[in-house]
Each structure stands twice: as C-alpha cells, then as structure tokens.
Write a new protein. Structure first.
Length: 289
C-alpha cells in the first residue's frame, strides 16, 4: 500500500509541476508559492475533518521535530519556486531528485539505515542524469542566461531531505494528515510573509495579482490541488515504508512531468535530456530494488 501511495504522489507531483510552470508564465514565484501552499493546507484540513483527527493534537510528542521539519520545508518550497520560475521543468525536477542522495546520507548518519551497493550505483546514475538534464544546449539556452535556478534547486533538495528525515523521526501517534497540515500551515504563513515583503501582491507590477489571467489562476490552483493530493499520499506512505524508499519512488515525477510537457505543451526534448531521463530512471530503479 505504501509503494502505491508513493507512486500516486509521484504522478500528482509531476502534473502539479506542469500546471505551476504554466502559472509562472504570468505570476510572480512568491505569489505562486503562497497560493499553492494555501490550497494544500485547505486539502489537508479537509482530510483531517473527514478523518476526525483534530483531537489528536494533544498526542504530539516531538514538537521540536515538527517545528524543524516545517521550517526546512518552508525553505525548500521557496527555493523550488524560485528555480522553477527560470529553469526548465525537466531540469528542475532532475535536481530535486538529488534529495534522494541527501536523504540516503542523512538516513545513514542519523537513523543508521544501511547503504546498499545498488544504492551507490543509483547515486552515480542520478548525479550523471542531473548534469545531463541541467546542462544547457547553446541553441536553447543562450550563454548569458542566468543559471541561479540550479543553485536554488540544489538548496531546495537539501532542505527537503532534512524535512523528510525529521518527519520520519517524529514517531508521534497522530494522523499523518494532521501533522502535514501543521507543517504546511507554517509553510503557507512563511510564503505569505515573503509575498508581502517582496511586494508580489501589489497591483502596480506587470506580474501582480490583478494582471494575472483566469487561465493562469486556474493553472496555479490546479497545481496546488494536485500537489496537495500528492503530499497526502506521500506522507501517508512515509508512515508505512522507509523514507528513502518512498522518496525514491516519489522522484519518478521527473518522468511523468517530462512526458506531459512533451505531449501536451509540445516541448521538444533534446538527445541530452532523453539520455539524462533514462539515466535518472535507472538510478531511481536501483534505489528501489
């Protein structure tokens, strides 16, 4: 059941990335981050209401773990949308998959999880794939184009892996949707604070809220809906299987997103990107076996 939920989370995340990228064509990344996570909180709140698990708040045993996982998750999403605004979806998700490597290292150091030889081979393939999928071709990406999105996504993957580890360390007997709802409430509050501090909500800018089309708003909201569904499945899966296995399967989202971009948005994939996608798939499979 846990593996199925992880796969469902992967598909939902891939679909979400496509919708969010479309929304970022008109909207500021801080605004997209805030609105997306607000939608996620609403979805988690609805799940908690349906399960009746609000009363479990008194059973939280490790508030420090929950706090750290919430703050690191906030940082991860800020850097994710900063990178997604300028970088290609395939490259962004490829670098997000570095979270697999960071999670493996942290699980080994903190939780004492054994690193198998297949996992080490997977590390090599994932690292090679990340280089292939983020190295720009001259005709598609001019040499003067900013490459800061690469740094943003590496930082996002690092913070995401730390959040996953503290989520796994929190053994409080509470519903995963309740704990995740608390985390994403912190993420949403942080995102709205940043949105107001950066002025993304103001009406004077070319990418302000009032200038965003209905189609872009629909893409932003749908990106949040699919991501919310995905993370409900992801955090539930993490209570059923090891963090490294769940996050590994979850990172197949790069495959789904690349297929969706090719089929629906007619984005052409270079030979380098296809080769990187194959290497990424092989690396993920080696982690999962």
């Amino acid at each position: 059941m846990g593996l199925f939920l992880a796969l469902l989370a992967s598909v939902s995340s891939g679909v979400s990335a496509v919708y969010s990228k479309k929304g970022l064509g008109e909207a500021d990344q801080y605004l997209v981050n805030a609105v997306t996570n607000l939608v996620i909180v609403v979805i988690f709140a609805a799940a908690v209401l349906m399960s009746g698990s609000f009363e479990q708040l008194t059973e939280l045993q490790h508030p420090i773990y929950l706090t750290i996982s919430s703050l690191t998750l906030s940082a991860a999403w800020v850097f994710y949308y900063l990178g997604l605004a300028d970088g290609p979806v395939g490259g962004v998700l490829a670098l997000q998959n570095l979270a697999i490597i960071f999670t493996m290292i942290l699980e080994s150091l903190v939780l004492g999880i054994e690193i198998r030889n297949t996992m080490l081979f997977g590390v090599g393939l994932i690292a090679a794939a990340s280089v292939l999928m983020t190295e720009p071709s001259r005709e598609r990406h001019p040499s003067g184009q900013s490459r800061r999105w690469v740094l943003y996504e590496i930082l996002s993957a690092m913070f995401m892996s730390v959040s996953f580890i503290f989520t796994k360390m929190d053994t409080s007997p509470v519903d995963s949707n309740l704990a995740s709802g608390i985390r994403y409430s912190v993420v949403t509050i942080t995102a709205f604070i940043l949105m107001f501090l950066t002025g993304s909500h103001r009406t004077g800018g070319s990418r302000s809220a009032r200038r965003i089309s209905c189609a872009a708003w629909r893409s932003i909201v749908l990106g949040g809906v699919f991501l919310g569904i995905g993370y409900i499945a992801l955090y539930k899966a993490m209570t059923l299987n090891t963090a490294i296995l769940v996050t590994t399967i979850f990172r197949f989202n790069v495959v789904f997103a690349s297929v969706l971009f090719t089929v629906f948005l007619k984005e052409k994939q270079s030979f380098r990107s296809v080769l990187g996608l194959c290497a990424m798939t092989g690396g993920i499979v080696l982690f999962a076996v």
